[in-house]
Design a binder for this molecule. Structure first.
Ligand code: ZN
Length: 229
């Protein structure tokens, strides 16, 4: 039995801006996404979260304008996963780039950077636990996150592009739901979760992933770089 996962989601075609909030929550200062210190503000906050925080100011990411465009994302194999792209966004720039490309994981026009990172860490933990053969723990953490972050999933019957048949398709109500279902598909589809021997990125290999089960590197670039080293 197979099924696909699909979502129609929105992003702002005008990009993302950061907003800083003082501890009392009163003052909000817009930071220009292209300004020189935006990346370092996010990086500082990232650092504060990873080491015990004394957070002076809270950083929000917000859509730059009210313009929105929708896009459809469909998963019927295990190639090109959003969840691995998300958990591999290690620095502030790549995290901002992710939300610029795909929108915020949860509904709304803004997200607190803490929430963005907490969600990322949670999803990463599930995949790493699965990678470490802690499947019971991975399933338990998946259950907790699914309860927190997925409010609704609707079934649909769709005709995938280039086919005549019908495909059972699960449609979650948020991008974070979509990514969690991607993770579930990896863990139930016989694929392996691997850590790149060169750059440390998480990737999947084995059935339906387009990668051999024995792959050690996330990409050709990393394979070549490792051989040169
Ligand atoms: Zn790599």
């Amino acid at each position: 039995m197979t099924y696909a996962i699909s979502i129609e989601w929105e992003r702002c075609q005008d990009g993302i801006v950061g907003r800083e909030e003082s501890p009392d929550g009163a003052e909000r200062v817009a930071l220009d996404r292209d300004g020189p210190d935006f990346g370092s503000k996010v990086a500082n906050q990232l650092h504060e979260i990873l080491s015990p925080p004394i957070v002076e100011a809270k950083l929000w990411l917000q859509y730059r304008t009210e313009r929105r465009e929708t896009y459809v994302r469909r998963l019927d194999g295990l190639k090109n996963l959003l969840v691995t792209e998300y958990v591999n966004a290690k620095d502030s720039e790549s995290l901002i780039e992710f939300v610029r490309k795909y929108g915020f994981p949860a509904p709304g026009d803004a997200i607190h950077i803490d929430d963005l990172i907490e969600l990322q860490v949670g999803m990463r933990n599930i995949l790493v636990e699965y990678n470490n053969s802690s499947t019971f723990q991975a399933a338990a953490d998946f259950r907790t996150m699914a309860a927190q972050h997925i409010a609704d999933i609707k079934p649909d019957l769709v005709t995938p592009p280039g086919t005549n048949g019908l495909s059972l398709t699960l449609v979650p109500d948020s991008l974070q739901g979509f990514m969690l279902l991607e993770a579930a598909s990896v863990m139930t589809g016989g694929a392996l979760v691997m850590k790149c021997a060169h750059c440390g990125a998480i990737f999947v290999s084995g059935s339906h992933t387009g990668r051999r089960k024995t792959a050690h590197y996330c990409s050709n670039r990393c394979r070549v770089a490792a051989q040169r080293a």
